[in-house]
Design a protein around this ligand. Structure first.
Ligand code: TXA
Ligand code: MG
Length: 338
């Protein structure tokens, strides 16, 4: 299949492809999404095939007007309304009981649906032009780091999808916060740019699912199927080093057999490390770290890194999202240092 590369002004072309059952990668403020008509099960199935995604991992449905959620869910409770009012359009995905129009392919057989209203203007224009909600997971090969630039989508999906709309670099760089409101106590299933603190300030009591911090073992029951899969992992082996910056530098510099070893570090530490470095931002700038993490993981593969020692980020605010993605990229392999 020939994949068209569209400019961000070619909204109508992108919408025509989606409306006729095709797949188009579109920019959003978080990461690029691989979009199809969310109401067409057959079109949605193509998403799973192109990404190599397990069929039991449900998709997020994207809308471009808060009112459009009404057709997708069987109830829109007060807490959901408040969250939508405060954080939409933006990097928050809300899970609610689904309505009858949601195909099983989208919800992967669950009785809930995840809905998001992105703030990216190109995404909004495409959804509006389509006049249908769009199912869209991150536009990467399943398991690999999510795409934050059109080039990343080309690397993973060129030849497998109908088109890619190039909208430049995503402003946030990590996927949306996912909150489940279809349970007794609202629960964050995936941290993102909308933080736990912000959500608590609007709806009060909120839990954080243990899968945000911990490994899911085979056979464990999970609320978010995506959490049980290998995720965000480059080809290189990643090990997370938890401790002070000095402890990290001493640890990495003490490795004797360091052929193929790379450091995924903060800007300040590049000069102090004895191995090749890829920096994912200043140690104090959590937004910058979120923005750069996925492209740094991809870059490490291009540099043919074999083992990557990554400094553990601070887990406050959006830092929790960065920490969550990195610990998954590392397959939960953490070494504690001073
Ligand atoms: O920022 C984002 O959310 C991006 C952009 C494209 O919007 N999308 C994205 O989709 O990250 P995806 O498919 O890569 O991640 C969606 C996550 C998965 O972990 C999935 O299991 C979970 O949301 N999810 C979707 N629907 C769900 C549901 N009904 N119940 C529980 N978890 C759900
Ligand atoms: Mg994904």
């Amino acid at each position: 299949m020939e994949t068209l590369i569209l400019r961000e002004s070619e909204i109508k072309k992108a919408a025509d492809i989606i409306r006729s059952g095709g797949l188009v990668a579109i920019p959003t403020e978080t990461v690029y999404g691989l979009a199809a008509n969310a109401l067409d099960g057959k079109a949605v199935r193509k998403i799973f095939a192109a990404k190599g995604r397990p069929m039991d991992n449900p998709l997020i449905v994207h809308i471009a007007d808060v009112d459009d959620i009404n057709n997708l869910v069987s109830e829109f409770p007060e807490k959901a309304r408040k969250l939508a009012e405060c954080f939409w359009p933006g990097a928050l995905t809300i899970i609610l009981p689904k309505s009858k129009i949601i195909p099983d392919e989208v919800s992967a057989g669950l009785d809930t649906v995840a809905v998001r209203f992105p703030s990216n203007e190109v995404a909004q224009k495409i959804i509006k032009e389509c006049r249908i909600p769009l199912a869209a997971p991150s536009a990467n090969s399943s398991g690999y780091p999510s795409p934050t630039m059109a080039e990343h989508v080309i690397e993973d999906l060129y030849g497998k999808i109908d088109a890619i709309v190039d909208g430049g670099t995503c402003s946030v760089g990590v996927e949306s916060t996912v909150i489940n409101l279809a349970c007794e106590v609202p629960r964050i299933l995936r941290p993102g740019a909308v933080t736990l603190k912000q959500i608590r300030s609007v709806i009060g009591n909120v839990e954080v699912d243990s899968a945000v911090y911990n490994k899911i073992n085979d056979g464990d029951k999970v609320m978010s199927p995506g959490m049980k899969y290998r995720h965000y992992s480059p080809i290189a082996k990643v090990v997370l080093i938890n401790g002070s910056r000095k402890g990290y530098i001493d640890y990495v510099n003490s490795i004797v057999d360091n052929k193929g070893v790379f450091a995924l570090c903060f800007d300040e530490d590049v000069k102090l490390l004895n191995v090749p470095c890829v920096s994912y931002g200043k140690s104090s700038d959590f937004m910058e770290q979120a923005n750069k993490l996925f492209s740094c993981l991809r870059k490490l593969d291009k540099l043919k890194a074999k083992v990557v020692y990554a400094i553990c980020p601070n887990d406050e605010g959006i830092g929790l999202a960065v920490y969550n993605r990195l610990i998954r990229a590392a397959g939960f392999e953490v070494i504690n240092v001073e």
